[in-house]
Design a protein around this ligand. Sequence first.
Ligand code: CAA
Length: 259
Amino acid sequence: MAFETILAETRGPVGLITLNRPKALNALSKQLIAELAEALTGFENDDAIGCIVITGSERAFAAGADIKEMKDKSFVEAFSQNFIGLNDWERVTLCRKPVIAAVAGYALGGGCELAMMCDFILAGDNARFGQPEITIGTIPGSGGTQRLTRFVGKSKAMEMCLTGRQMDAAEAERAGLVSRIIPVADLLEEALKVATQIATLSRPVVLMAKEAVNRAYETTLAEGVKFERRLFHSSFALEDQKEGMNAFAEKRPPNFKHR
Ligand code: CAA
C-alpha cells in the first residue's frame, strides 16, 4: 500500500502503520486520517494479518489534529460535516482485530485520542500525553474528555483537560493510561513482538477476548459478565479450544488452526 502521510507495511502476521509527517510532528491532517483508515481497512480485510501496530516517530506519535488545516473552519462547516465525528477519525474503534499503539514522544490532543482508541498503549520512556486543546481555544473533539476520564479517573482527566498539562510516561503508567513503558530504542521491536504473539493465537478467540473487554465500557457489570460467559461457552465449539487444551495436557505447544 503506497501512501503519502503514513507508511503501511506487513511484518509477518502484523500490519504496521507508521504515521509519517515528520515536519508537522505527525499532525493528523484530513489526508493522514483518510490514509490511516484505508490502511486499517486493508489490514482488517487481509486474512494473513492477525494484529495491527500504529506508531509514529521517536519525537512524536502525533501532536494532535492539524491546527493549521482546521483553524479557519466555521461552526457551520464543523457541525454540518460532523468534523472528526464518526467517520475516518474513529475507524480504529471499528477494527475487530487488535490494534496496539506504540507511542514515543508527543501524543497530544487528537494524538492522545488516537492512542486511546487503540486496544492498548505501549509507551516509550520519552512519551508525553496531553489534551492541550483548551490552550488553543477549544476542547478535545475525538473522545478525549470521555476516554481519558475512563482511563485515569475524573480528577486527573479534569486537570489535564482544563489546563493542558502533559503527563510523562511514568505518570501515564501509574495512572493506567499505558500498559507498559519500554526504552524508546526498543519500543517498536517490543510492540511487534507482542503483536506477533497475539497474531499466532486463535483468531476467533482473540476477537472474542477483545469484544468482551470492550463490553466492560458499554454495559453494566452483570450484563458484561453474562456477555463474557456466552462467548466463553461458544469458544468450546472451536477446534482451537480443543487443540489449546489438549496441547496443554500433552505438554506440547498448541498449533491453532484459525489464525
Ligand atoms: N498541527 C499542525 N502543525 C503542528 C501541530 C499541529 N497539531 N503540532 C506541531 N505542528 C508543527 C509546527 O507548527 C511546526 O511546524 P513549522 O516548522 O512549519 O513551524 C512543527 O510541527 C514543529 O513543531 P514546533 O516547532 O512547535 O516543535 P516544538 O518542539 O517547539 O513543540 C509541541 C512541540 C509542544 C508538540 C508543539 O508543536 C505543540 O504545542 N503542538 C500543538 C499541540 C496541540 O495543541 N495539539 C492539539 C491540537 S487540537 C486537536 O487535536 C483537537 C482534537 O481533539 C482532535
